[in-house]
Design a binder for this molecule. Structure first.
Ligand code: FAD
Length: 532
């Protein structure tokens, strides 16, 4: 009853707000089980994202769906309406440049995450299939909740993002990358099946075998072809604990050589290997000491200032080994034998040991700290680039030059410790049939410049300064012909998008015409213009 009342009230408001642009009779007939809301808080939330770089035109309404059918009803109404409106799925709103917000005056947002609040019907809970080793989850489920549900059966997904408060539909629309990707591929390579509501409102199940075109198009598809309402995600027995190790390098070639070596072990059957490989750059001595003391106690304490760094820059290789308590007695030996083969600065091994779940959820701790200091809800001009291996050394030299990094200029990459950051990953398993775009080489790195803008009067922390640096980095890559691809891409023109997709563009366009011919979905990506 309460839901019905709210819905009626909402629709009345919607009719008044929408005026002539939206055919109200179609929305009145929607009859969704969830909530179609014009509550100012919902509308305000839906017009902002984590990036806080722009505030979108507020959507006309926000749908909190109870089921895939609700979404299908809404999209059918958008598709058939004479006036038309766009529909944007919003996961947890952790995009940077308004990708989950409508770009149009008449947009409706489907709030996929957090739809279980309030009364009335709710999206389905995760369902684990222990024998088959997969879990079925709602498209708006957060990865932290996927983890919790799977752990009840001693299982866990194989491939992660560094941060777990992201939605399944949101990361599968990009790729979902973390330090396990060299071993298992990104998250889009670990999906058995999807339910998708297309841009004409059809609810289709798709997989490698069934509706395979849609399956590959949706994975990494930036929300262009449909809204993912269910994903079947591959699971493995969950490790109990993690040995987490960081070692330091002053030489960039040694650092990348060791990464490549560690990752190549993946291809050698039966060989010992680490389970996670990332790395990051440290550019400030104060930060190094600070990071070390708050994070690890090295077994051989070392004075960082005594290390020969490359003009104030050190490279940190970050690796983990998962284990079960029953094999705890051998973990030290295994780690030691792997570390022996590496060329890091002697006596810079920083080690900690923690529960698997605490390792996976590590960034949330940083989030809570930042929130308490008011440093989470600030603009984030992030730039994520996939860099081909053959050009990583040129990229490293050039980008440091662009950023003018010296020891007294410490806000690059590690971002003053605000978000612990990866910079380099090497991929072995990436399914090129998906929509996700990578450089034209089998081996490439993800370089993540994750910086926060601060309004503290210092120019180098300002949004304008950081945004200009990002532009300069992209310009440098163009000039030096480093064929980078943006991850979580943001472009404003059609030409830039065609260039981004390269030889995938024709196929991408065909899939759009097939599954969302009126360009209703995910207009915030600014790839296609709605046809009404
Ligand atoms: P949203 O921002 O809400 O949506 C992103 C896009 O997906 C939009 O176009 C939206 O319309 C579309 N979309 C959302 N839900 C659906 C759905 N169900 N069906 C179809 N389309 C949908 N990424 C990594 O790969 N690795 C990381 O380690 C990583 N760490 C991060 C850490 C932080 C703190 C943040 C803020 C982001 C991080 N990301 C990482 C980026 C993240 O993967 C993207 O922001 C992604 O978009 C997921 O966020 P979201 O669920 O909030 O999606």
């Amino acid at each position: 009853m309460a839901t019905k009342l709210l819905l009626t009230f909402s629709i009345c408001r919607l009719i008044v707000t929408v005026g002539l642009t939206l055919d109200p009779s179609e929305l009145v007939l929607l009859g969704v089980d969830g909530q179609l809301s014009v509550d100012p808080t919902d509308v305000e939330t839906a017009s902002l994202d984590f990036g806080r770089l722009t505030r979108a035109t507020p959507p006309l309404a926000v749908l909190h769906p109870a089921s895939a059918q609700d979404i299908s009803q809404l999209i059918k109404a958008a598709y058939r309406s004479d006036f038309g409106f766009t529909v944007s799925a919003r996961g947890h709103g952790h995009s940077i440049s308004g990708q989950a917000q409508p770009q149009t005056e008449n947009g409706v947002v489907v709030q996929m995450s957090g739809s279980r609040r309030g009364s009335g019907r709710k999206p389905p809970q995760p369902r684990v299939w222990p024998r088959e080793r997969y879990v079925d989850v709602w498209g708006g489920e957060l990865w932290i909740d996927v983890l919790r549900s799977s752990l009840e059966y001693g299982l866990a997904p194989k491939s992660w993002t560094d941060y777990l408060y992201l939605s399944v539909g949101g990361t599968l629309s990009n790729a979902g990358i973390s330090g396990q990707a060299f071993n298992h591929g990104p998250q889009i390579s670990n999906v058995h099946e999807l339910d998708v509501v297309t841009g004409i409102g059809e609810l289709l199940t798709c997989s490698e075998e069934q509706n395979s075109e849609l399956f590959h198009a949706v994975l990494g598809g930036l929300g262009q072809f449909g809204i993912i309402t269910r994903a079947r995600i591959s699971l493995e027995p969950a490790p109990q604990r993690v040995r987490w190790i960081r070692v330091l390098y002053s030489n960039f070639s040694a650092f990348t050589r060791d990464q490549v070596y560690l990752i190549s072990l993946h291809a050698e059957p039966g060989s010992q290997k680490f389970d996670y490989v990332e790395g990051f750059v440290i550019v400030d001595e104060g930060l190094i000491n600070n990071w070390r003391s708050s994070f690890f106690s090295p077994s051989n304490p070392v004075k960082i200032s005594s290390l020969k760094s490359n003009g104030g820059v050190l490279y940190c290789l970050e690796i983990t080994k998962n284990y079960h308590e029953s094999t705890a007695s051998t973990i030290d030996k295994e780690v030691e034998s792997l570390l022996k083969k590496l060329d890091f600065i002697p006596a810079t091994v920083f080690t900690t040991d923690l529960l698997y779940v605490d390792f996976l959820d590590r960034v949330h701790k940083a989030e809570l700290k930042l929130r308490s200091k008011g440093l989470w809800e600030v603009p984030h001009p992030w730039l994520n680039l996939l860099v081909p291996r053959s050009k990583i050394a040129d990229f490293e030299k050039g980008v440091f030059k662009v950023l003018g990094i010296t020891i007294s200029h410490p806000q690059f990459i590690v971002n003053q410790g605000r978000i612990p950051k990866r910079s380099v990953i090497y991929f072995i398993r990436w399914d090129h049939r998906s929509s996700a775009v990578t450089p034209d080489e089998d081996v490439f790195y993800l370089v993540a410049l994750l910086r926060s803008a601060l309004d503290n009067g210092e120019e180098i922390h300002s949004l304008e300064y950081l945004t200009n640096q990002n532009r300069e980095i992209l310009r440098f890559c163009d000039d030096a012909r480093i064929n980078v691809k943006q991850y979580l891409p943001h472009y404003a023109t059609h030409e830039e998008w065609m260039n981004h997709f390269g030889n995938k563009w024709d196929w991408f366009y065909q899939m759009k015409m097939k599954f969302d011919p009126s360009h209703i979905l995910a207009s915030g990506q600014q790839i296609f213009t709605p046809t009404f």
